[in-house]
Every structure is written in C-alpha cells, then in structure tokens.
Design a binder for this molecule. Sequence first.
Ligand SMILES: [Zn+2]
Ligand SMILES: [Zn+2]
Length: 345
Amino acid sequence: MFFFFLLLFLLSLSRPSFPATTPAPPPVTSTVITVDAHIATWHDFAKFLDAGKGSHVSGMCELKRYFNRFGYLPIPDNNFTDVFDTQLESAVVLYQKKLGLPVTGKLDSDTISAIMSPRCGMSDTSHALHKTRHFAYFYGKPRWLRSPPMMLTYAFSLDDMIDYLSLWEIRTVFRRAFSRWESVIPVNFTETGDYQSADIRIGFYRGDHGDGEPFDGVLGVLAHAFSPQNGRLHLDAAETWAVDFKSDKSKAAVDLESVATHEIGHVLGLAHSSVREAVMYPSLSPRTKKVDLKIDDVEGVQALYGSNPNFKFSSLLESENSLNQANIGPDSRFSDWTIHLALLL
Ligand SMILES: [Zn+2]
Ligand SMILES: [Zn+2]
C-alpha cells in the first residue's frame, strides 16, 4: 500500500533561450525523481490532467484555490466550484504565460507538472513593467532605503532551526547566497547575533507560524519572504533541506542555497520572473541546484539599487554565453526544465 502510488517526474532538459541565435537543441536528457505521492503536497492535482473546459471534477475547487493563492484567479462571489469554467481557463492561460509554458489554456501535462512542482510561497502577481518574459517587482516597487553605503544586517532565529543541519552549515550557505547579490549591487550584508534588531530575520517554521501564510508540509510551498523593508525570510521546516546532494540521497531533498538565494531576491524587492533560468523563477524541482544569478536577475536588482562598482556586466554575459555553449552537449545541467509527468498504478 505504501508504494501503491508512485509519482514520476521526468525532468527533460532542453536548451536555454539565451542567446537568441544558438544551434539546434541538444539531445534530451532525463532524470527520474520518484516521490511517494502520499507525502507530497499537491500530489492529487494529477487527477486534473486533461480535464476539459466545462467538465466537472471533484476537488477542482482546490485547484482554483491554488490559482487564487498565487495570483491568477480572483475570489468569486460564491464559493469556488468544481467546474472547469471560463475563469479557470483564463487563469490557466495567465499561469502558462507567467511560467513560460506553451499557452494552450488546457490542463496539459506540462501545466499540471508545473502546478505540482515545489515552489516559492510568494504570489506571482507583480508590478509588470514589461510585456515580455522578464523580472518583476512588488506593487509600489518597494526597496530598502538607507543612506549609502547601504549595509543590511541579517540574523537567524536560533529557536527556529532544523536539527539535521548544523548552524555552521546553514550560516555558510546563507553567506554564499548573500554574497551573490552583494557582488552585483552596492549593498553589504552583515550577520549579527541580535535577532530582534536585524534587518533580515531568517528561520525555519512548520505549518501555521503566525504570519497568515502557513506552510504545507513536504514539497508544495518551500519558503517565502516579505518585500522591503520587512526582512522576514521563512523556510518550511517540513522540507528535507540539503546542502550536499552527494550525502543527502532523499528524492525530495531541496537545495537550501538555491532557495536562500531566491528568497533574498524577494527581501531585496524582486518578485517572480518568467525567465525559467532565472533565480527568481517561482518553482524549483527537488534535487536541483540553481544559485547563479542570471542577467535577468541582475538587471532587475540593479534597477532598484544600482550596480556594484566592481561588477562587470560583460563577464556575466560571457559566462552565460559560455554556459550556453557548454550546454549544447547531452550533459546539460543549466537549461530550461520541461517537466513531464506520469502516474504509475
Ligand atoms: Zn519566490
Ligand atoms: Zn512565514
């Protein structure tokens, strides 16, 4: 019974979209991740695969609540129904555009797989400056306001840690994550032991933890952070947080550094990007590391804070170009993720 339902995510890799003129796509490389469906949040959304407009599927209201939660569907006058209606179709189209998926308006496998993927808890609604796929800001474009040179402090809530990673490991991961943002903007992050007075306050929390955004257990929502100048950065304590996939073999392991880097982007004022390769893309597959800021992330954050005088855009451009060139082989690891899904009974 325990292994009755197995959920397979076939993560196929394809070539990134930058630069525009790259050769033919590489051979597809697949990785299979198996997660016990009973423990993964949103696992039962698989039953909506290929549900058509006008159909009635029990539990469809939960999918509508998901779209409402992440900014794609307004709350109706009455309760959400289990009918695939026009509003849901519009939400699916918006979602597909935001996530860089083929825009079909249907609950196809790409879309259902993306919906079921673990993701950040922040809504995808944002102040869209651009109609193209791009970085985005929160409403009002909030940023930290300090006299230069800007220095922000961060601290960990020692009462809200996880016991299987040491504080040293967690501090090291966050130090690296802050450094990445530091290297592109004129902002300095310094750790402090004074949690109460720190600008950025970091902790691991389980379920309802008092900020109106309860965590949901294994996978599903991984973390969330608040826009400037709030500074709260929360991680779901129910996840299997990993600092090294070689030593952590769990199929549901989530890379702490990738999520830390993403959430710091929110703390600084970036909302979700539609660029799949960007750190600020809303979802992250288990056992995936995505820590390097991409041009999209850098352009977004520099429009808020300006450039670090030591940062050279040309070197980032070169490294992305060379990465893209290197990715043409079958061992590509930094590419677009196209997620296909199958249910084995
Ligand atoms: Zn996010
Ligand atoms: Zn929280």
